[in-house]
Design a protein around this ligand. Structure first.
Ligand code: ADP
Ligand code: MG
Length: 206
C-alpha cells in the first residue's frame, strides 16, 4: 500500500522509554476501543518473526553491529508492514503498535546512525502513523519502574541511554507526534490518552 490511499483503519503507535506504560496502556485502549465497536489489532516491534526474534535474543546474546542491527530492524518491519499492518489498515481495523520506526530513530540514533536517514528509509515502505502517543516519563521514574535503581554502573549507563532516547523523542516535531505526560497513576494516563485522541480527531467527543 502506498501509505494512506487505501487506509480505512487507524494506525496508533505507542512510544516511550522502558517502563513508560506502553504495554499497560495499549491493553486499556484496546478494551476502550472494542467497547466503541472497533475491531482492534495489537502488535509490537521487534516482532516475534524470524528477524525480530534475532533482535530480541541479541539483548542477552550480545548486540549486533549498528549496520547489522539496522538491517534486521528494517527486514523485520518490512515483514510486519506487509503481513500485518497494511492488510489490517486496508480492512479498516485499528492497529495499536508497541514501538515502531520512531523507536529505531531513537535507539539506532543514539548508536550513531543518522536520524533523518532512519526516518527516510522507513517511510519508503512503512505507513506513517495517524498518531504517535509518546508516553513520557522522567528517566528516574523509568529506572524505578524497571527496577534498575541502585544497580551501580549498569544503572548509570542505562540512565544515560534513556536520557538520550528521551531527547530524540522530544526532538520530533510533527503534528502526529503527541506527548502524553505518563508520570501519573494509570487511570489518569488513560484519560489523557483518550482526551488527546479526541483532540486529534481520532475519536469522537465523548
Ligand atoms: P512499557 O511497556 O512501556 O515498558 P509497562 O506497561 O510494561 O511499560 O509498565 C512497566 C511497569 O510499570 C509495569 O510494572 C507496570 O505495571 C508499571 N506501570 C505502568 N504504568 C504505570 C503508572 N502509570 N504508574 C506506575 N506504574 C506503572
Ligand atoms: Mg512493554
Amino acid at each position: 500500500m502506498s501509505f494512506t490511499e487505501n487506509r480505512k483503519g487507524k494506525l496508533i503507535v505507542f512510544e516511550g522509554i522502558d517502563g513508560a506504560g506502553k504495554s499497560t496502556q495499549i491493553q486499556l485502549l484496546k478494551e476502550k476501543l472494542e467497547k466503541l465497536g472497533k475491531h482492534v489489532i495489537t502488535s509490537f516491534e521487534p516482532t516475534s518473526g524470524k528477524w525480530g526474534s534475532l533482535l530480541r535474543a541479541s539483548g542477552s546474546t550480545g548486540r549486533y553491529s549498528l549496520e547489522e542491527e539496522a538491517e534486521l530492524f528494517l527486514k523485520d518491519r518490512r515483514e510486519h508492514v506487509d503481513t500485518l499492518i497494511v492488510p489490517a489498515l486496508e480492512r479498516g481495523d485499528w492497529v495499536l503498535l508497541d514501538r515502531y520506526y520512531i523507536s529505531m530513530m531513537a535507539y539506532q540514533g543514539i548508536r550513531g546512525m543518522n536520524i533523518k536517514q532512519i526516518r527516510e528509509l522507513n517511510e519508503k515502505f512503512a505507513p506513517v502513523p495517524d498518531v504517535v502517543l509518546w508516553l513520557d516519563i522522567p528517566v528516574k521514574e523509568s529506572l524505578n519502574r524497571i527496577g534498575m535503581r541502585g544497580l551501580g554502573v549498569n544503572s548509570f549507563e542505562k540512565e544515560e541511554s534513556l536520557r538520550q532516547c528521551r531527547a530524540i523523542f522530544e526532538s520530533i516535531c510533527e503534528p502526529w507526534m503527541v506527548r502524553i505526560d505518563a508520570d501519573a497513576v494509570i487511570d489518569l494516563v488513560v484519560q489523557r490518552i483518550v482526551r488527546s485522541l479526541v483532540e486529534h480527531g481520532i475519536l469522537p467527543e465523548e
